[in-house]
Design a protein around this ligand. Structure first.
Ligand SMILES: Cc1cc2nc3c(=O)[nH]c(=O)nc-3n(C[C@H](O)[C@H](O)[C@H](O)COP(=O)(O)OP(=O)(O)OC[C@H]3O[C@@H](n4cnc5c(N)ncnc54)[C@H](O)[C@@H]3O)c2cc1C
Length: 323
């Protein structure tokens, strides 16, 4: 009985929904049928970038993602642009949109007001985060006066504003400020107790890293879906810089592949799609069925990665007219 429950819970994590008997067998024989995807974008800085992003969103809409999310700049610097982007997605596309929101840069009253504005604009899903220290990654974190201190406090506050669907972060290689795995998983549990129903992970490069994390989460009694976050960053130098600050390990094979390609952005682009799709395929072989892509607004890269993975484009706009 205990073994069966644990197995079912494991399937629940990996599939992102309650296990359906035979799901894995069908998925492996039907080529892409049971893959769920979601995409993260960042808010555009200029009108021109805004139009480029909008074309990207329309292209990726055809892949029928579960949801798309829009980041919130460090210290709340993109408050207006995040709102405008998410509100436009809700209004003008068939996509379900999630707004990222952090505790940094605003007190509780201001955050609650932002949340109310999202609810009024028809946004029902928030990715609730603490945010990085004002001094940048690695600097000491100091909560805002009268603010939400941590993501778990923000989740509680958001649930008091309205009945949002709430996703939170998870860290397969520990958050840099976490003392140990108990500390890490206790924090995720606090966020779930406050009302979060999905976790999206920090990016990582090894399927084993993610699967080991799932096992730890299960052993800690965590049963919400944990969605692997896959990074689509062809800028290898930038990626290694961020990975180091976030304590994310990059395997030797990845360094060996990308290091000689500084002057060859085209090959880096192709390899980024291929390595991300390969990582997703390895996870899929172990039963994972939902993948969250950090697109960095590069729609072609995200689209190609999904094609390799077997996610087929559909004519969503035409379907909308027919139904
Ligand atoms: C999927 C995803 C999306 C993201 N999107 C954005 C974004 O849009 N904008 C942005 O600025 N950043 C974003 N980030 C980065 C995130 O803001 C940073 O990683 C940040 O450092 C931590 O945020 P968190 O929500 O994970 O924090 P928390 O879950 O609050 O945890 C942060 C650390 O504090 C510790 N902690 C928690 N509660 C307490 C407590 N009560 N006392 C002491 N310690 C505690 C935790 O153990 C952990 O080590 C994202 C990260 C992920 C994984």
């Amino acid at each position: 009985m205990i073994i069966e429950e644990t197995r079912n819970n494991r399937d629940f994590h990996r599939n992102g929904h309650r296990p359906v008997p035979g799901t894995l067998a069908r998925a492996s024989s039907s080529g892409g049928e049971h893959i769920n995807i979601s995409f993260e974008f960042f808010p555009p800085k200029t009108e021109k970038m805004g139009e480029a992003l909008w074309q990207s969103i329309q292209k990726l809409e055809s892949l029928n993602p579960d949801f798309v999310s829009v980041t919130y700049g460090a210290g709340g610097s993109t408050r207006e642009r995040t709102h405008q982007t998410v509100a436009r997605i809700v209004k003008e596309s068939s996509l379900k949109a999630a707004a990222h929101l952090t505790c940094v840069g605003s007190d509780k009253a201001e955050i609650d007001e932002i949340a109310r504005e999202y609810w009024q604009a028809g946004v029902r899903h928030i990715v609730a985060l603490r945010g990085d220290p004002v001094g940048g990654l690695g600097a000491p974190y100091v909560p805002v006066d009268n603010g939400y201190a941590y993501a778990s406090d923000l989740v509680t506050g958001l649930k008091n504003v309205a009945d949002f669907e709430i996703s939170v972060s998870a860290y397969p290689e520990l958050h840099p400020e976490s003392l140990n795995w108990d500390d890490e998983l206790d924090n995720l549990k606090r966020k779930i107790d406050a009302g979060a129903t999905r976790a999206i992970t920090q990016f990582f490069f090894s399927a084993d890293t993610f699967m080991r994390y799932l096992d730890k989460a299960l052993d800690a009694g965590i049963s919400i879906p944990i969605i692997p976050g896959l990074m689509l960053q062809p800028n290898y130098r930038g990626l290694t810089r961020i990975a180091k600050l976030c304590y994310i390990s990059i395997p030797d094979w990845y360094h060996n592949l990308f290091e000689p390609l500084d002057d060859d952005p085209q090959t880096r682009l192709l390899l980024t799609a291929s390595t991300a799709a390969d990582l997703a395929a390895q996870l899929r072989a172990q039963g994972v069925e939902h993948f969250h892509f950090y697109t960095l607004n590069k729609a072609d890269l995200a689209f190609t990665t999904c094609q390799i993975l077997g996610v087929k484009a559909q004519n969503t706009r035409a379907q909308k007219v027919v139904t």
